[in-house]
Design a protein around this ligand. Structure first.
Ligand SMILES: [Zn+2]
Length: 257
Protein backbone atom coordinates (compact mmCIF):
# COMPACT_ATOMS: atom_id res chain seq x y z
CA UNK A 1 0.00 0.00 0.00
CA UNK A 2 3.04 2.25 -0.03
CA UNK A 3 6.24 2.26 -2.03
CA UNK A 4 9.01 3.12 0.42
CA UNK A 5 10.43 0.40 2.60
CA UNK A 6 14.02 -0.34 3.44
CA UNK A 7 13.34 -4.00 4.31
CA UNK A 8 10.98 -5.23 1.62
CA UNK A 9 11.22 -8.87 2.73
CA UNK A 10 8.78 -8.17 5.56
CA UNK A 11 5.91 -6.91 3.42
CA UNK A 12 3.73 -9.74 2.09
CA UNK A 13 1.99 -7.35 -0.31
CA UNK A 14 5.27 -6.89 -2.20
CA UNK A 15 7.24 -10.04 -1.43
CA UNK A 16 8.26 -12.67 -3.98
CA UNK A 17 8.79 -16.37 -3.30
CA UNK A 18 12.45 -16.05 -4.26
CA UNK A 19 12.82 -13.50 -1.45
CA UNK A 20 10.72 -15.41 1.12
CA UNK A 21 12.97 -18.45 0.69
CA UNK A 22 16.01 -16.50 1.89
CA UNK A 23 14.59 -15.70 5.34
CA UNK A 24 13.35 -17.33 8.53
CA UNK A 25 10.41 -15.51 10.02
CA UNK A 26 9.87 -15.11 13.78
CA UNK A 27 6.48 -13.42 13.96
CA UNK A 28 3.58 -12.89 11.54
CA UNK A 29 1.72 -9.58 11.71
CA UNK A 30 -1.87 -9.18 10.54
CA UNK A 31 -3.32 -5.67 10.13
CA UNK A 32 -7.11 -5.61 10.46
CA UNK A 33 -9.27 -2.59 9.66
CA UNK A 34 -12.67 -1.87 8.14
CA UNK A 35 -14.29 -0.19 5.18
CA UNK A 36 -16.51 2.68 6.29
CA UNK A 37 -17.05 6.44 6.03
CA UNK A 38 -14.56 8.49 8.08
CA UNK A 39 -16.15 11.94 8.42
CA UNK A 40 -16.08 13.71 5.01
CA UNK A 41 -12.33 13.97 4.66
CA UNK A 42 -10.69 10.57 5.21
CA UNK A 43 -10.90 7.55 2.89
CA UNK A 44 -13.12 4.57 3.63
CA UNK A 45 -10.03 2.40 3.96
CA UNK A 46 -8.38 4.58 6.62
CA UNK A 47 -8.34 1.81 9.25
CA UNK A 48 -6.58 -0.51 6.78
CA UNK A 49 -4.07 2.07 5.57
CA UNK A 50 -3.09 2.98 9.13
CA UNK A 51 -2.95 -0.50 10.65
CA UNK A 52 -0.94 -1.72 7.65
CA UNK A 53 1.53 1.15 7.72
CA UNK A 54 1.99 0.95 11.49
CA UNK A 55 2.51 -2.79 11.19
CA UNK A 56 5.16 -2.26 8.48
CA UNK A 57 6.98 0.45 10.46
CA UNK A 58 6.90 -1.70 13.61
CA UNK A 59 8.23 -4.74 11.77
CA UNK A 60 10.91 -2.60 10.20
CA UNK A 61 11.89 -1.16 13.60
CA UNK A 62 12.02 -4.64 15.17
CA UNK A 63 14.39 -5.73 12.42
CA UNK A 64 16.59 -2.64 12.74
CA UNK A 65 16.71 -2.82 16.56
CA UNK A 66 17.08 -6.55 17.15
CA UNK A 67 17.17 -8.41 13.81
CA UNK A 68 13.69 -9.84 14.42
CA UNK A 69 12.11 -10.98 11.14
CA UNK A 70 8.39 -10.30 10.87
CA UNK A 71 6.10 -10.87 7.92
CA UNK A 72 3.33 -8.30 7.60
CA UNK A 73 0.28 -9.75 5.83
CA UNK A 74 -2.02 -7.52 3.75
CA UNK A 75 -4.80 -5.88 5.80
CA UNK A 76 -8.26 -7.42 6.23
CA UNK A 77 -10.91 -4.81 5.43
CA UNK A 78 -13.96 -6.64 6.84
CA UNK A 79 -14.81 -4.97 10.15
CA UNK A 80 -17.73 -5.00 12.59
CA UNK A 81 -20.03 -2.00 12.13
CA UNK A 82 -22.82 -0.20 13.98
CA UNK A 83 -26.40 0.39 12.85
CA UNK A 84 -26.74 3.77 11.18
CA UNK A 85 -23.22 3.36 9.78
CA UNK A 86 -23.65 -0.03 8.10
CA UNK A 87 -26.45 1.20 5.85
CA UNK A 88 -24.30 3.95 4.32
CA UNK A 89 -23.20 3.04 0.77
CA UNK A 90 -20.22 0.67 0.55
CA UNK A 91 -19.79 0.34 4.29
CA UNK A 92 -19.56 -3.43 4.79
CA UNK A 93 -20.44 -5.01 8.12
CA UNK A 94 -18.67 -8.31 8.74
CA UNK A 95 -20.48 -10.74 11.04
CA UNK A 96 -18.74 -12.39 13.99
CA UNK A 97 -18.87 -15.70 12.10
CA UNK A 98 -17.19 -14.10 9.07
CA UNK A 99 -14.36 -12.67 11.14
CA UNK A 100 -13.96 -15.99 12.94
CA UNK A 101 -13.79 -17.87 9.62
CA UNK A 102 -11.16 -15.45 8.28
CA UNK A 103 -9.01 -15.70 11.39
CA UNK A 104 -9.38 -19.49 11.51
CA UNK A 105 -8.24 -19.88 7.90
CA UNK A 106 -5.25 -17.61 8.43
CA UNK A 107 -4.19 -19.37 11.64
CA UNK A 108 -4.74 -22.78 10.04
CA UNK A 109 -2.53 -21.90 7.06
CA UNK A 110 0.21 -20.42 9.23
CA UNK A 111 0.12 -23.39 11.61
CA UNK A 112 0.56 -25.81 8.72
CA UNK A 113 3.58 -23.75 7.62
CA UNK A 114 5.06 -24.08 11.15
CA UNK A 115 4.54 -20.50 12.27
CA UNK A 116 3.44 -20.16 15.89
CA UNK A 117 3.21 -16.41 16.58
CA UNK A 118 0.70 -13.93 15.20
CA UNK A 119 0.15 -10.31 16.16
CA UNK A 120 -3.09 -8.67 15.05
CA UNK A 121 -2.71 -4.90 14.59
CA UNK A 122 -6.30 -3.73 14.83
CA UNK A 123 -7.21 -0.30 13.46
CA UNK A 124 -10.99 -0.30 13.92
CA UNK A 125 -12.70 0.36 17.25
CA UNK A 126 -15.74 -1.78 16.35
CA UNK A 127 -13.65 -4.95 16.02
CA UNK A 128 -13.38 -7.10 19.13
CA UNK A 129 -11.21 -10.18 18.79
CA UNK A 130 -10.76 -11.42 22.36
CA UNK A 131 -13.42 -14.15 22.23
CA UNK A 132 -12.12 -15.28 18.83
CA UNK A 133 -8.56 -15.45 20.09
CA UNK A 134 -9.63 -17.57 23.10
CA UNK A 135 -11.43 -19.95 20.71
CA UNK A 136 -8.28 -20.20 18.56
CA UNK A 137 -6.25 -21.05 21.67
CA UNK A 138 -8.55 -24.05 22.28
CA UNK A 139 -7.95 -25.31 18.74
CA UNK A 140 -4.24 -24.42 18.47
CA UNK A 141 -2.91 -24.37 22.09
CA UNK A 142 0.69 -23.81 21.01
CA UNK A 143 -0.14 -20.97 18.61
CA UNK A 144 0.17 -17.52 20.19
CA UNK A 145 -2.05 -14.64 19.08
CA UNK A 146 -1.43 -11.18 20.50
CA UNK A 147 -3.93 -8.39 19.93
CA UNK A 148 -2.83 -4.76 19.54
CA UNK A 149 -5.37 -1.96 19.17
CA UNK A 150 -2.79 0.50 17.83
CA UNK A 151 -4.95 3.61 18.44
CA UNK A 152 -5.35 2.75 22.11
CA UNK A 153 -1.87 1.91 23.40
CA UNK A 154 -0.52 5.45 23.76
CA UNK A 155 -2.73 7.97 25.64
CA UNK A 156 -4.06 10.59 23.23
CA UNK A 157 -4.12 13.44 25.77
CA UNK A 158 -0.36 14.00 25.59
CA UNK A 159 -0.42 14.44 21.81
CA UNK A 160 -3.78 15.88 20.78
CA UNK A 161 -6.03 18.79 21.80
CA UNK A 162 -9.54 17.69 20.82
CA UNK A 163 -10.67 15.04 23.28
CA UNK A 164 -12.89 12.98 23.16
CA UNK A 165 -11.65 11.60 19.88
CA UNK A 166 -13.03 8.31 18.71
CA UNK A 167 -13.56 8.13 14.96
CA UNK A 168 -11.91 10.23 12.22
CA UNK A 169 -10.90 12.83 14.80
CA UNK A 170 -7.60 14.56 15.46
CA UNK A 171 -5.68 11.35 16.15
CA UNK A 172 -6.59 9.40 13.01
CA UNK A 173 -6.50 12.49 10.83
CA UNK A 174 -3.05 13.54 12.09
CA UNK A 175 -1.60 10.07 11.55
CA UNK A 176 -3.14 10.01 8.05
CA UNK A 177 -1.63 13.45 7.36
CA UNK A 178 1.73 12.04 8.39
CA UNK A 179 1.62 8.86 6.28
CA UNK A 180 -0.85 9.55 3.46
CA UNK A 181 -1.35 13.35 3.08
CA UNK A 182 -2.52 12.93 -0.51
CA UNK A 183 -5.56 10.95 0.75
CA UNK A 184 -6.77 13.59 3.24
CA UNK A 185 -9.21 16.30 2.13
CA UNK A 186 -8.96 18.69 5.10
CA UNK A 187 -11.19 21.36 3.47
CA UNK A 188 -14.08 18.88 3.47
CA UNK A 189 -13.74 17.89 7.14
CA UNK A 190 -16.81 18.16 9.35
CA UNK A 191 -16.57 18.97 13.06
CA UNK A 192 -17.16 15.41 14.26
CA UNK A 193 -19.69 16.53 16.88
CA UNK A 194 -21.22 13.63 18.76
CA UNK A 195 -24.61 13.84 20.47
CA UNK A 196 -25.15 11.91 23.70
CA UNK A 197 -27.26 8.76 23.55
CA UNK A 198 -30.92 8.98 24.60
CA UNK A 199 -30.49 6.54 27.51
CA UNK A 200 -28.39 8.45 30.05
CA UNK A 201 -27.09 5.31 31.76
CA UNK A 202 -25.42 4.32 28.50
CA UNK A 203 -23.54 7.63 28.46
CA UNK A 204 -22.42 6.87 32.03
CA UNK A 205 -21.32 3.42 30.78
CA UNK A 206 -23.58 1.56 33.22
CA UNK A 207 -24.59 -0.54 30.24
CA UNK A 208 -23.61 -0.98 26.61
CA UNK A 209 -25.48 -1.45 23.38
CA UNK A 210 -24.49 -0.64 19.80
CA UNK A 211 -24.91 3.05 19.12
CA UNK A 212 -26.97 4.13 16.15
CA UNK A 213 -24.27 6.05 14.33
CA UNK A 214 -26.54 8.28 12.26
CA UNK A 215 -28.34 9.41 15.43
CA UNK A 216 -25.20 10.51 17.24
CA UNK A 217 -23.15 12.07 14.43
CA UNK A 218 -24.03 13.86 11.21
CA UNK A 219 -20.70 13.61 9.38
CA UNK A 220 -19.97 10.06 10.72
CA UNK A 221 -17.03 11.42 12.75
CA UNK A 222 -16.69 11.45 16.53
CA UNK A 223 -13.95 13.90 17.45
CA UNK A 224 -12.99 17.21 15.88
CA UNK A 225 -10.25 16.83 13.24
CA UNK A 226 -9.69 20.58 12.63
CA UNK A 227 -6.46 20.85 14.67
CA UNK A 228 -4.84 17.83 13.03
CA UNK A 229 -1.29 18.17 11.73
CA UNK A 230 1.23 15.82 10.15
CA UNK A 231 3.72 16.73 12.91
CA UNK A 232 1.36 15.56 15.66
CA UNK A 233 0.67 12.42 13.65
CA UNK A 234 4.37 11.68 13.23
CA UNK A 235 5.16 12.06 16.94
CA UNK A 236 2.25 9.87 17.90
CA UNK A 237 2.95 7.21 15.29
CA UNK A 238 6.61 7.03 16.31
CA UNK A 239 5.65 6.31 19.92
CA UNK A 240 3.11 3.67 18.86
CA UNK A 241 5.58 2.02 16.48
CA UNK A 242 8.32 1.94 19.08
CA UNK A 243 6.06 0.15 21.58
CA UNK A 244 4.85 -2.39 19.04
CA UNK A 245 8.43 -3.02 17.88
CA UNK A 246 9.38 -3.83 21.50
CA UNK A 247 6.50 -6.31 21.65
CA UNK A 248 7.64 -8.00 18.44
CA UNK A 249 11.19 -8.24 19.79
CA UNK A 250 10.01 -9.79 23.06
CA UNK A 251 7.81 -12.25 21.20
CA UNK A 252 10.74 -13.64 19.25
CA UNK A 253 12.10 -15.32 22.37
CA UNK A 254 8.73 -16.26 23.88
CA UNK A 255 7.98 -19.94 23.61
CA UNK A 256 4.43 -21.06 24.37
CA UNK A 257 4.00 -24.27 26.31
ZN1 LIG B 1 -10.96 4.66 11.61
Amino acid sequence: MNGKLSNGFLDASQITWSEVRKHDYDVVVLPWGSIEPHNYHLPYLTDCYLSHQIALDSANAAFEKAAVNCMVLPPIYLGSQNPGQWNLPFCIHARYETQKAILLDIVDALYLQNFRKLVIINGHGGNSFKALIRDMARIYPDFVIVLVDWYDIVPKDDFFEEIPDEHAGEQETSVMLHYFPHLVKMVEAGKGNAKPMKIESLNKKTGWMPRNWSEITEDTGIGNPQKSTAEKGQKYAEEVVSRIADLLIELKDFHPR
